[in-house]
Ligand binder design. Sequence first.
Ligand SMILES: [Zn+2]
Length: 347
Amino acid sequence: MPSYSPTIVAGVDLGGTAINYTFFDGAHFSVESLCEHPSLAPQGPEICLQQMADGLQLSAERHGVLLPQIAAVGLGTPGPASTEGVLSASGSTNFVHPAWCGFDIRGALEQKLGKPVVCINDGDAGALWGHYVLFGTENHATSISAIIGTGLGGGVIVENRVLKGCHGFAGELGHVLLPYQCIPGLENSRPLCNCGRVGDLESVCSLTALEKCLLPAYLPKYPGHELAQMGDLRKAARLVRGLAEKGDPLARELFAAQAHALALFFDQMITIFDPDALIVGGGAIETSPELQQWFMAQIRSALPAQWEEQGGIPIHIMPNGDTAGARGAALDAHAAWLATSRSKLGG
Ligand SMILES: [Zn+2]
């Protein structure tokens, strides 16, 4: 049997419903399109770990990668999790099976695959990918990414490193409190986040926010609207992006409110970090170029006044948004693998 020197890292992005994979050799990603496998996360860790292993094998085969070539695996998981990859004892919204609480997902996957596994928060992984595309591997840049999905994830990257903080909980950007009352239409709202806070970024800028806060606040202005007739806000929330693409006034107003929330959040980030770039990603803006550009313009127009020098801080759209998490997890694992290889060589 031929032997292979392991030189490739795999990126695995574990979500509540799907797992995405990519492979990285230090220069190129071998997966250019979305490569998914069902995660079955609600059925608990044992079944989900098997899904991760099976999906990795299938994806590797599909892309001409042999398992012995894989030196390490980067695993992106939803937060909160410790820096060692132990999921929060209080659980996670998409991982409802009780066995997930306090589960050492990094250690378990390492044992299952027989390869080193490096864990990264999925929002941080996306942020790392966005930063890498803008600034490459050698830089002194700071970037802040906000990723709008079911919740709101993201991360802070400084000189290619994820800001992790004392407990690994840094960059939980969705739970930063905002002066949301200054968003037109939300003056009398009380947006409650799943985390228990009132008026944080996720509570006004996420798919969940559309259902729980924005539709209830704005629908009464549009009594004849098709979403008002549905009587099911959860289903209605999922139709907003498509309607916004078609120029529907209510849907655009909902997107404008989310853009305003992002602008208030970015203002805080600009004040604290004076970043080189701000990046917006996630399902909300996996949409038509026209809506994307309109949304970015809405963010810029709602940004409070900055210092003159900071007025030109660019706001980018996350590149390859649907595979950003897997790519970032691969980048993170590749950096860790290189560092380990160098220290073994005494370099
Ligand atoms: Zn929150």
